[in-house]
Write a protein that binds this ligand. Structure first.
Ligand SMILES: Cc1cc2nc3c(=O)[nH]c(=O)nc-3n(C[C@H](O)[C@H](O)[C@H](O)COP(=O)(O)OP(=O)(O)OC[C@H]3O[C@@H](n4cnc5c(N)ncnc54)[C@H](O)[C@@H]3O)c2cc1C
Length: 399
């Protein structure tokens, strides 16, 4: 039995969905993206892309545009948010690029999304907005995706890239989000408004007891992105409306002057509870598979959620190409096998990143003696030691 018209249906047009659409279309296969929003758009401003993702963007032919729209930072600097002390620095120099085969790039989310939308369109991807997917029905020769307005799209298989609150994940797992009790505030300001003596060419991670602040430049250095995160006492107390701006000010009251200078410039009308999920035993059921945050939502402390979604995209494009070929119909079991193989290649890696992101956050947020120990360990790191990051930034998912 063959599988429909050979089209891959991608549900969700975020960074995961659009990277998948582009990577699969580049192999010659037909792809349609179904996005619920009336236009492709991203919430929040900044995104750090490490070499494990930028190498893939390079192979997809979009890295040049991403770099031109973004910033190549000088280094990633870890500082103590209370004392202000600089602990260690990862230099994004020539040795870094040679070691990991790609640059570290800071990009505005909407710039990356625009670049992916344009490239996907040029590669022949059908981009459909206003398509809120309600359910997937499998038929003997393919899949039917039914939207909330009753419209129906047919294809050979579905990549569910519908984010952390994925509706389609419920086909595969009944699990729930795990709230961390931490909350994030974000804000972007013109670079000339930056106060506090920050180094404007660096990513700065300020670590403190139960909190952190990350700052970096965006848009060719014209903007400055700031994300403040803290453990909410309201969450611990069971308050329904936990994480409000009064908690933000109290959490950062004892931090150093440079960190406190960032607070008034954060958006205060909206905040994001930080949640992830436990890894699950499978992402694929029949001809539906999960990808990106729908498959493996993680705490953002390693700045890897989007990077891992880009890795997923490259691997799925590879297994589809190997198992079902570039075009035309293929046996239903070949589609399922390609989706199964994709998941089996990705699950250990992403589970490791999910797990280590939690631990990394714990290390950032310790207090007292543990913070002293952390600072000594960070300070003892040899300048130029990149090996500790090799498991993350050096891995070539698509190889
Ligand atoms: C504060 C913060 C900072 C971060 N920083 C970084 C970083 O520096 N680097 C990094 O790599 N990652 C970072 N991340 C993580 C990253 O943002 C996410 O992992 C990534 O955006 C996930 O992409 P996605 O496409 O899988 O999901 P999403 O971006 O959530 O996209 C899902 C898409 O699916 C659509 N959708 C949902 N349901 C339906 C439906 N039923 N029908 C049709 N469409 C639907 C949505 O509208 C959306 O467009 C950060 C996250 C946070 C919260």
């Amino acid at each position: 039995m063959t599988s429909g018209d050979g089209r891959l249906l991608v549900v969700g047009g975020g960074i995961g969905g659009l990277s998948t659409a582009l990577a699969v279309a580049r192999t010659g296969r037909r792809v349609r993206v179904l996005e619920q929003a009336p236009a492709f758009a991203e919430i929040g401003a900044g995104l750090q892309l490490a070499p494990n993702a930028t190498r893939i963007l390079d192979r997809l032919g979009v890295l040049g545009k991403v770099v031109r729209a973004g910033v190549l930072p000088d280094s990633l600097v870890f500082r103590n948010a209370v004392t202000g002390r600089t602990l260690t620095r990862v230099r994004f120099d020539e040795a870094f690029r040679e070691r990991f085969g790609g640059p570290y790039v800071l990009v505005h989310r909407s710039d990356l999304l625009d670049i992916l939308v344009e490239a996907a369109g040029e590669a022949g991807v059908e981009l459909v907005n206003g398509a809120r997917v309600d359910r997937v029905e499998e038929t003997p020769d393919g899949v039917g995706v039914v939207c909330a307005d009753g419209s129906r799209h047919t294809g050979a298989a579905v990549a569910a890239c519908d984010g952390m609150h994925s509706r389609l994940r419920a086909r595969i797992s009944g699990d729930e989000l795990v709230q961390s009790g931490f909350v994030a505030y974000r804000g972007t300001i013109p670079i000339e408004d930056v106060d506090g003596g920050a180094s404007l060419r660096d990513v700065i991670a300020w670590m403190g007891p139960g909190l952190h602040l990350v700052q970096y430049p965006l848009r060719s250095g014209r903007m400055y992105n700031q994300v403040a995160v803290f453990r909410s006492p309201g969450f611990a107390a069971g308050d329904e409306n936990w994480g409000g701006p009064h908690e933000l000010d109290a959490a950062f009251a004892a931090t150093c002057r440079q960190v406190r200078a960032a607070l008034p410039r954060l958006g205060r009308e909206r905040w994001w509870p930080m949640a992830d999920r436990e890894p699950i035993p499978t992402w694929t059921k029949g001809r539906v598979t999960l990808l990106g945050d729908a498959a493996h939502p993680m705490l953002q402390y390693l700045a890897q959620g989007a990077c891992q979604a880009i890795e997923d995209a490259a691997v799925l494009a590879g297994t589809l190409n190997d198992r079902v070929g570039a075009q035309g119909p293929a046996a239903a079991e070949d589609w399922s096998a390609a989706l199964e193989e994709y998941a089996s290649l990705r699950m250990d890696r992403t589970a490791e990143v999910q797990r280590r992101a939690r631990v990394w956050g714990d290390i950032w947020h310790v207090d007292g003696l543990a913070a002293l120990l952390r600072d000594e360990l960070f300070s003892a790191r040899g300048d130029g030691d990149l090996e500790r990051a090799a498991w993350l930034w050096g891995e070539d998912a698509a190889a």
